[in-house]
Design a protein around this ligand. Sequence first.
Ligand code: GRF
Length: 206
Amino acid sequence: MADKKRIAILASGFGSNLQAIIDQAQNIDINGEIVLVFSNNENAYALERAKKYGIKSVSFNPGQFESRQQYDKELLVLLKNEKIDLIVMAGYLLLVGQEIIKEFSNKIINVHPALLPSFKGIHGIKDAFDYGVKVTGVTVHFVEEDLDAGPIISQEAVIITEDDTQETLEEKIHKIEHKIYPLAVKYFCNGRLAINGRKVEILKGE
Ligand code: GRF
């Protein structure tokens, strides 16, 4: 198989998706390796998780720079120095800068806790719950300039029952995220994603 894809994970908080991807990466059938965890929040638990597994962890935030552009430039330098093949956003609460999106075209993926294009933005679970939909879910997609709008890799529905609270819904959503996000990372690393316009085909294979 070709060289392992070098994966960077961008996270701002708890990092449970990072953990799910780490757990899978220990499996031999993924042609990828997490080589960097980056956070804009130096207190992110995601950084602790990285350290525990000996993964390089780096943190800086826009406040340390003259402008947001400078911050993104620094992040781009880091990603290029680490020869990153795939950027995985896992609860990264900032928008990715345009330069990074251009440089890593079709190489950045995100998990969104709703069925896109419904309930875009950072409150996908709450917004779906408050709206009263009976079905919501999880979307994994490529990242483009427009928020939560890139080609969709995978989706899975979650039924909202009458006894669900926002908290129980969150649990259901996270469970699905931890299942389908690592799988999408594996598909990418194993060369099984073919993008054709808005459509992403998952090719057969390992
Ligand atoms: C997840 O719900 C994800 O869908 C959203 O942010 C949350 C991150 O959770 N983008 P975690 O930090 O991976 O636990």
